[in-house]
Write a protein that binds this ligand. Sequence first.
Ligand code: 6PG
Length: 252
Amino acid sequence: MIYIAQDEAAFVKKAAQLVLETFSGAIEARKRATWALCGGRTPQWVFPKIAEAYYRERIDWKNVLIFWGDERCVPPDHKDSNYKLAKDLMLSKVPVPAENIYRMAGEMTSPHEAARAYETQLKNIFKYDRPFPKFDLIWLGMGEDGHTASLFPGTSALEETEKWVVGHHVERLSSNRLTLTIPVINNARRVVVLCPGESKAPVLRDLFHPLASKNRYPIQRVHPTGGELIWLLDKAAATKLPPDIRNKAQNI
Ligand code: 6PG
């Protein structure tokens, strides 16, 4: 499903509504909702919306478990931390119990050890989900190179088929990152790609072009098996979509 928001308010509202409806369904069915956040700039728009009374008061936060899809290998109070972003703009403003928040330990010296530690935590929480955890909702962003989470083009993390979490050095960023792997992302019940902005239009054109090469961008590997993939774009991001794709999209 592709949604094209006509303005920022519509984009933010749709993203928040999708969170609300995912959680109520999950909690009704399984008494908990599991949500993996993404980082980058885009969530900065949506986090404050979810912290607003209308959404805050409609979410049963004591039954929501918060995770991250990826993290930079920095301390939790570092300006680049995805955890800090979510904490400052949302988690500190909603009544989610501290014990429900599972951040990736970006401060650990070894990204490999940090990944193993997070995977161990996940295996304790998703006790019965094997071979992979089944998140109720995974938020993803997409970079201008088609990366998603911290799965970058040409990195071995993209090829991981067994691990749940990988810690690796990302050459192009000259930095270490932690990330959920493709099999985990594809096992989610719902994946929402938050993808606004003109800078994403060229990659989106390529992605949705009928003759697109299938494995050029990491995000092309995101195909939830049995789950739902939702693209949330804005008008600027959608400008280069093939006409038939645009016509099938829902304007909001
Ligand atoms: C991160 C993200 C990353 C992000 C994309 C899009 O840690 O940076 O998880 O995958 O979602 O780079 O970022 P923007 O939202 O800033 O375009």
